[in-house]
Design a protein around this ligand. Structure first.
Ligand code: GRE
Length: 336
């Protein structure tokens, strides 16, 4: 399929090469190739996009990124640097690239203001944040965005009418973490990423964020971070037990998936799982994505192009849902 849109696609600042190498040492079999692809924005990437029929990419800063920086001032300075850098790098390719704002999530007003700047000054398509913000004197605290103090931020997101991508990062305090330190091979895609993001997203549901901000659109990668698989069970327990016990969110989990939540195929190229997700959340809420350079264009695009799917749903998931959600301009093969 030509003109696919991909939206969980990472880059890193070349000056933070060492940090990129550190992360690659945890997750990449070929760290040199990984680092080169991560630091490139328009050369290697456009070649892959052309070769594999990706018309448009929305870029985002790699994990753990600014969410790993517990000094609030340092985090804010880095977020601004990243946003200015990527805006400059994609400026001459408006028909191929957009970007998500990178945000320091120490302070809701500050995060809202930076998002507003990125959307109004640069036309960014929303924000992508890597799960909780590390905070506190040693970076061992975690800021969640599901409490009322974040309402000012979510109001800005909905006023700007842009989506918010809740992306994973590594568990805080890995080395002395009670859950993961002795189970280190489960950190990342095998388990911890989905664990972290689904806790955060379901925290937003149960703490009423979507009731207070019914227009808010939140995107989850990796075919929904395990939540679709548990939909029946979550629904059963919310409706039949937790609500009678006092859970106060207004809608059912399925209604939040119809009205507020989206899932992408990033890093999860299984036809069985996609078909399951189409039955559970519907093709109207699913978006194609790759997760480059953690995953390859080859794995994602050869799979998606070959998936046995009716053409209406294939084009919705591959391109048209993203075009509408992000109000994309014309891009390569956008009408094909
Ligand atoms: C990601 O950020 O999406 C990611 C990592 C590490 C491994 C896999 C992955 O940061 O998808």
């Amino acid at each position: 399929m030509l003109g696919k849109v991909a939206l969980e696609e990472a880059f890193a600042l070349p000056r933070l090469h060492e940090k990129t190498r550190w992360w690659a040492s945890l997750f990449a079999v070929n760290p040199d190739k990984h680092a080169a692809e991560m630091q490139d924005i328009t050369d290697i990437r456009i070649k892959y996009m052309d070769e594999y029929g990706v018309g448009y990419t929305i870029l985002s800063y790699t994990a753990p990124g600014v969410q790993d920086i517990w000094d609030p001032k340092e985090a804010q300075t880095l977020a601004v640097e990243i946003n200015d850098y990527v805006a400059g790098a994609i400026k001459s390719h408006p028909d191929r690239f957009g970007a998500f704002a990178t945000l320091s999530m120490h302070n809701p007003e500050e995060a809202a203001a930076e998002l507003k700047r990125c959307v109004s000054q640069y036309g960014f398509k929303g924000a992508l944040v890597n799960d909780t913000q590390r905070a506190g004197p040693d970076g061992d605290d975690m800021v969640f965005y599901d409490g009322p103090e974040w309402d000012v931020f979510w109001s800005t997101v909905t006023e700007l009418d842009v989506p918010f991508y809740l992306h994973p990062r590594n568990p805080t305090g890995t080395m002395h973490d009670k859950l993961w330190a002795k189970r280190k091979w489960l950190i990342g895609p095998p388990l911890s990423f989905a664990h972290g993001v689904s806790l955060h997203a379901l925290g937003m549901v149960t703490n009423g964020v979507f009731d207070r901000h019914p227009k808010l659109q939140v995107v989850l990668g990796h075919l929904g971070e395990h939540i679709p698989f548990d939909m029946w069970r979550i629904n059963h327990w919310f409706e039949d037990v937790k609500k009678p016990l006092g859970l106060s969110c207004k809608k059912t989990i399925r209604e939040y998936f119809q009205q507020n939540l989206w899932i992408t195929t990033s890093g999860h190229f299984s036809t069985t799982t996609l078909q399951f997700c189409m039955s559970e959340v519907g093709a109207d809420r699913i978006l194609f994505s790759i997760d480059y350079p953690f995953e390859s264009f080859d794995d994602a695009c050869i799979w998606y192009d070959g998936v046995q799917l009716n053409m209406v749903d294939k084009i919705k998931i591959g391109r048209d849902n993203a075009k509408k959600l992000f109000k994309l301009p014309d891009f390569k093969d956008s009408q094909s």
